[in-house]
Design a protein. Structure first.
Length: 408
């Protein structure tokens, strides 16, 4: 998407993303009553402390990149749900300035207005502070319960285990970062108390903010409203163990997703109803689920030749790998068949090359079992055309050797 030549509403200088307008009265559905904290949230305006019953060493192999993955996933899911977006309508855009990096989510259905956004992420280059903001959202203390999730019935969303926020806070805290959340007129602060991990929730002081401002304009200006929005803040923890978030670290975090135009989105991808075939060689061997990287798939003994983004599937609790290999193979088959149907001239020769030269690659190793007859017919037709009237032979022993000879 092209950038506007108007001044940035944040810095007053330079270019700013072309942010389309969203009618807040019809689509945002954001009113004060919707975001009022319940009695359980802030009882009588008093501070509450919740013990999260998580061992400090839980998910010991997770690093801050894995933790950010959970926070990004929650941020993305909230935008998809609040604005009722299809997965292909979620197209975050990367913008880098001298003093900050921002990721804005435009409304791709309305490209006629400027300076509007459905949410944003901001990294401050000076302090290393990172914030993720969802407009018109709320977070209740029930979200601190392990296993609590409101996403299980929505197949368009990625999260389902109900642990992401807690584990992200644990891992970030363990690595010298503080996690704070501003939501529904309250501040959440995660911290260790000896060997116990806890969250303290306290009400905010009265602030003079106008909750009736257009949330999409506020997002484009990067001005969240604590009465209306959810803001997650990652910053260096206090004390000698506090760690500043380096620019290189933040940019590594962004690689957990396939979504972000301008930094992590592939240069060549074919989108289908079963998922995406990623032809960009930089993504070779990578598997994504709903745009989120599954790290273990990249380190398997037999890596994929290309990259894939599945839109359905089940992962293990560590979000590392698909749990059903047959489901995974069948999804890869569906993606290829739909991609061939959409662009046979470009895609079919690649698939046939894999069949002939890399038959044990997981991209094609189950082709003889799973491919539809119509796709097999396309393959044979292509081979016959390529043979140009010659007889060719397939060696079942080698799986790959194809020879040809003139017609007798």
């Amino acid at each position: 998407m092209a950038q506007s030549k108007s001044q940035s509403p944040v810095t007053g200088q330079g270019e700013h993303l072309d942010q389309p307008q969203l009618n807040p009265s019809e689509q945002v559905k954001c009113d004060i009553q919707h975001n009022e904290p319940s009695r359980e949230d802030v009882r009588s305006g008093s501070q509450q402390t919740f013990s999260l019953n998580i061992s400090p060493s839980y998910v010991a192999d997770w690093d801050t990149t894995a933790a950010f993955r959970e926070l990004y996933q929650n941020w993305k899911d909230a935008i998809l749900e609040e604005f009722d977006l299809d997965r292909l309508e979620f197209q975050p855009l990367y913008e880098e300035k001298e003093d900050y990096i921002a990721i804005f989510v435009p409304d791709v259905s309305n490209q006629h207005e400027h300076c509007q956004a459905l949410g944003f992420i901001r990294y401050d280059k000076m302090t290393g502070q990172t914030i993720l903001v969802n407009p018109c959202a709320q977070l209740k203390p029930e979200a601190l319960d392990l296993g609590h999730s409101s996403k299980r019935e929505n197949t368009n969303l990625t999260g389902c285990h109900g642990e992401g926020l807690k584990l992200a806070a644990l891992v970030m805290s363990r690595n010298g970062h503080s996690i704070k959340i501003n939501t529904a007129k309250s501040h959440w602060n995660f911290s260790f108390s000896g060997s116990r991990f806890r969250c303290t929730i306290r009400p905010t002081r009265m602030i003079n903010s106008d909750p009736k401002t257009d949330p999409t304009k506020d997002m484009a200006r990067m001005q969240p409203n604590i009465e209306r929005d959810v803001m997650v803040v990652i910053a260096p923890a206090r004390g000698k163990h506090g760690q500043r978030i380096a620019l290189a670290t933040f940019q590594t975090w962004l690689k957990v997703t396939l979504d972000i135009r301008g930094i992590s989105y592939p240069s060549h991808v074919i989108e289908t109803d079963a998922g995406d075939l990623v032809l960009d060689p930089r993504y070779s061997g990578r598997i994504y689920l709903k745009g989120m990287l599954l790290p273990a798939a990249f380190s398997e003994i037999k890596p994929y030749k290309l990259g894939y983004n599945f839109i359905q599937g089940r992962v293990n609790r560590d979000r590392q790998i698909m749990v059903d290999k047959h489901e995974e193979a069948n999804t890869v088959r569906q993606i290829w068949e739909l991609a061939i149907r959409e662009n046979e001239k470009a895609v079919l020769p690649i698939y046939i090359d894999f069949l002939q030269n890399f038959p044990e690659a997981p991209d094609v190793e189950s082709a003889d079992i799973l491919l539809a007859d119509t796709t097999k017919a396309l393959i044979w037709r292509h081979l016959l055309c390529k043979a140009d009237g010659k007889i060719f032979y397939y060696s079942e022993k080698s799986h790959a050797q194809v020879s040809s000879s003139p017609n007798a």
